[in-house]
Design a protein around this ligand. Structure first.
Ligand code: AMP
Ligand code: MG
Length: 518
């Protein structure tokens, strides 16, 4: 099989001249050449057939050579793998140089006029590994593999995952960071995106006052990934900033729509293409709670909690503006764009919230706030609530409406009289709004069900797939992969996954609590 290799990043930008693979600061370079570590006994445990087809590798996916490439056992002829150099703000603090500590970019390819970069995550150390080992464990790799694909099929901009491989090597991890390290199975995910450039790539050069390379990187990014920008000089960079901002805001609005909590929105985890990237201690909202974060490392400050994600995107966009500033050198113009972001976000976010409710006409903010309060007043499953809501009919009474969404409540006994009354008041308004809409009940249901997924990768589901895989059974990985390709369809055969989080998963590690250990 011949792959249509179209490398640009490692051809058009400068490489680190030091070829040694030891942790260090790397200057005046965009990346360092590095080879994946040879795994001792690689085994392909899953691959994304549909996506392999999309990038022209479908036939190839069963071959020995494919396994070699996606496990790091071999390098495709004529290609030169590399790790990128970037920096970032972590939990609000400047962290300096970070870089691909365990990601190795293999090559770029072109298929049907689309451009893709293939990258291995967990294929061994790089000059950016700092004091870590460069590997990844099976549990976090399953989570990344399944969630990347699930996000794509939900319609959320995301990096993709082509394959999941066991390396046959053992990796030592202290899951709870409490001094109890244990060996786990090593694994590698082959991630794919047009590019893996992050906000942090720009921040690195800006912080080092390396304006020449900052400009080179920005010009490179615009040329390949924002070809629609045709202006020159500062106008070009302003346009670029605006487009990145809008794409990133679109992304976070989609996260809020489906109830996804990223968990580590550091600027090194923000894709310059507005893609969801780096699936670490992420989670899905089960009971609706704006304060929820799956990331135990963030349990105190809750910086990256569900309800705070849009604000964090703004914060990160300010960091990007700071990084790009020397190319623009026009504060009012930059400020103008930032101000427009607020308007852009508010109107699109509002539209998204309305569409989840199946309402086209505008309504007052109080109505939305009351809904949020009600959803938080007792444990209410977000996904199930919106899905069941689509079954309401204009002729329903508020009592009937409440009955129709009952399946979303974790414990019906929690619905005391005052809580019930609050719901009835809200439903009365909601039903009145529905009666004013032109769509029929059925038209509205079809619309709502195309935006409110029936199936998401609930935290406990990922954990079940992990537990099974740990004992050598990969059936659930395939089952979830298939299920989550059609998250908006009824899929009666999978009805058992349309269920609230079971009690055993409430406080379980990996289900409600995740650390960055991966
Ligand atoms: P994250 O919080 O996972 O996005 O990682 C932050 C930084 O740490 C990035 O530069 C990663 O490449 C690096 N990193 C995370 N885990 C490892 C690991 N096991 N080995 C080497 N580097 C890592
Ligand atoms: Mg990262």
């Amino acid at each position: 099989m011949k792959i249509n290799i179209k490398d640009t990043f490692n051809k058009e930008l400068d490489a680190d001249k030091d070829l040694s693979n030891s942790p260090r600061q790397v200057y005046n370079s965009f990346f360092s050449f590095v080879r994946p570590k040879t795994p001792s006994n690689p085994k392909l445990i899953h691959f994304s057939g549909e996506f392999a087809n999309e990038i022209g590798l479908k036939e190839y996916a069963d071959s020995e050579e494919f396994l070699k490439i996606v496990s790091g056992a071999g390098v495709y002829e004529g290609t030169n793998p590399y790790a990128m150099c970037y920096a970032g703000h972590q939990f609000g603090n400047w962290a300096g140089q970070l870089g691909d500590g365990r990601a190795i970019n293999l090559f770029e390819l072109e298929n049907e006029s689309k451009h893709w970069t293939l990258q291995l995550k967990g294929a061994g150390p790089t000059p950016y590994s700092r004091n870590a080992d460069g590997f990844a464990v099976l549990r976090s790799s399953i989570r990344e593999h399944l969630c990347s694909e699930a996000m794509h099929y939900l319609g959320v901009p995301t990096t993709r995952s082509l394959s999941l491989v066991l390396t046959g090597d053992q990796v030592l991890r202290d899951v709870l960071y409490n001094g109890n390290p244990a060996y786990e199975k090593g694994a590698i995910v082959c991630r794919v995106a047009p590019s893996f450039i992050r906000f942090g790539n720009f921040e690195l050069f800006a912080a080092r006052k390396d304006h020449g390379n900052l400009k080179k990187l920005t010009d490179y990014t615009i040329k390949h990934f924002f070809p629609e920008i045709s202006s020159e000089g500062k106008e070009k960079y302003l346009q670029f900033y605006k487009k990145v901002g809008e794409r990133t805001l679109d992304m976070v609005i989609e996260w809020q729509r489906v109830g996804f909590v990223h968990g580590v929105m550091n600027t090194d985890n923000m894709s310059i293409l507005g893609l969801t990237i780096d699936f670490g201690p992420y989670g899905w909202l089960e009971n609706f709670d704006n304060n929820w974060t799956p990331n135990t490392t963030d349990a105190n400050g809750r910086r990256y909690r569900f309800g705070n994600q849009p604000d964090i995107v703004f914060w990160n966009l300010v960091q990007l503006a700071n990084a790009l500033y020397t190319l623009i050198d026009d504060l009012p113009a930059l400020q103008g764009i930032l101000d427009n972001f607020s308007e852009y976000f508010t109107s699109k976010y509002q539209k998204m919230l309305q569409s989840k409710l199946g309402i086209e006409a505008e309504y007052d903010a109080d109505f939305q706030d009351t809904l949020m309060r009600n959803l938080e007043s007792v444990e209410t499953d977000m996904t199930i609530f919106y899905r069941e809501l689509a079954n309401l009919e204009k002729i329903d009474s508020p009592e009937k409406a409440l009955e129709k969404v009952e399946y979303a409540f974790y414990n019906l006994e929690e619905i005391t009289e005052p809580i019930k009354n609050n719901w009835l008041i809200w439903f009365e308004k909601y039903l009145a709004l529905l009666r004013n809409e032109t769509k029929t009940d059925n038209e509205r249901k079809v619309w709502m069900n195309s935006l409110n997924p029936k199936y998401v990768l609930r935290n406990y589901m990922a954990q079940l797939a992990i537990d099974e895989a740990d004992s050598g059974n990969y059936g659930l990985i395939e089952e979830f992969y298939l299920l989550l390709q059609k998250p908006y369809d009824e899929q009666e055969q999978y009805q058992k996954w349309y269920a609230k989080r079971p009690d055993w998963a409430r406080e379980k590690i990996g289900c409600s609590m995740l650390s960055c250990s991966s």
